[in-house]
Design a protein around this ligand. Sequence first.
Ligand SMILES: Cc1cc2nc3c(=O)[nH]c(=O)nc-3n(C[C@H](O)[C@H](O)[C@H](O)COP(=O)(O)OP(=O)(O)OC[C@H]3O[C@@H](n4cnc5c(N)ncnc54)[C@H](O)[C@@H]3O)c2cc1C
Length: 285
Amino acid sequence: MIPAGFEYHRPDSIADVLGLLAEHGDEARVIAGGHSLIPMMKLRMAEFAHLIDLQAIAEMRGIRVGADGIVLGAMVTQHDLIAHDRLAEAAPIIREAALQIADPQVRYCGTLGGNVANGDPGNDMPGLMQCLDAVYVLEGPDGRREVAAREFYEAAYMTAREDEEILVEIRLPVPPAGHAYVKQKRKIGDYATAAAAVLIGKGADGTVDTASVAMTNLGDVPVWSEIAGKDLVGSACDETAVAAAVDAMLGDIDPVEDNRGPVEFKRHVAGVMLRRAIAAAWARA
Ligand SMILES: Cc1cc2nc3c(=O)[nH]c(=O)nc-3n(C[C@H](O)[C@H](O)[C@H](O)COP(=O)(O)OP(=O)(O)OC[C@H]3O[C@@H](n4cnc5c(N)ncnc54)[C@H](O)[C@@H]3O)c2cc1C
């Protein structure tokens, strides 16, 4: 279908974006890669009188990798994430996850900011960002504020971002070596039936000293399972610890039946994804 008519704006500074949002209020929406928003507009499930394109805002495009952390501009595309070798060295789980999103055509346009700001529980980056303990930097009329990815998601398509704010960048610590993003989908280009993001740090004594577990598309919001991570810490990642972590994760998720399968099937797939991710992360730790 063809979307309803709208006025197109292409500001070249964050200040101008915020000015346009303040001027047009509910009638305006920012557009990044357009690969979630335009399909919704074409289906007439969303209609906005003003679209504010973020493409000309150079300061939202950088990737900075330092010993003290990583900063990713909201307008960095999924392709940019895959192509950046220093980022892949410092945080290989980001390239691993981005490669499992859709197809190259979508990844050339779809941005990290659009993926995490949308609040779509099917998107892969929100769970990944929770696993990485990322912080979202939002800018609005009162300046900048930071919200942890683990605190950002309130319900499907509802987040802690206020209407007059935009997401400008994402900050994260350099993760430990043990990592895996494992996703089950029905076909290439599909959203996850279930996906697991796992980070594991190995201590000098050969046991797990840090662990973080997050799951995608198994509830209204991405699920960071704090208890699943805790169940791995201090163990040698043996069967008892892995089974406890999987049990804990299954207590945290809340999938619903849809065209990807019934609830019991999704819970089964979630367990399989998490087991595979833990095994791969531990092998790399
Ligand atoms: C065929 C297909 C398959 C796909 N498969 C997957 C998949 O497997 N996994 C996956 O994760 N994604 C998938 N996607 C979604 C894709 O990754 C999207 O591009 C992405 O989720 C949204 O990014 P975008 O830049 O296109 O955002 P847009 O569509 O431009 O925007 C999405 C929403 O976020 C808001 N927004 C965008 N940027 C900002 C910002 N900086 N601050 C505040 N609000 C903002 C917009 O107002 C809009 O409401 C798929 C898309 C398609 C078309």
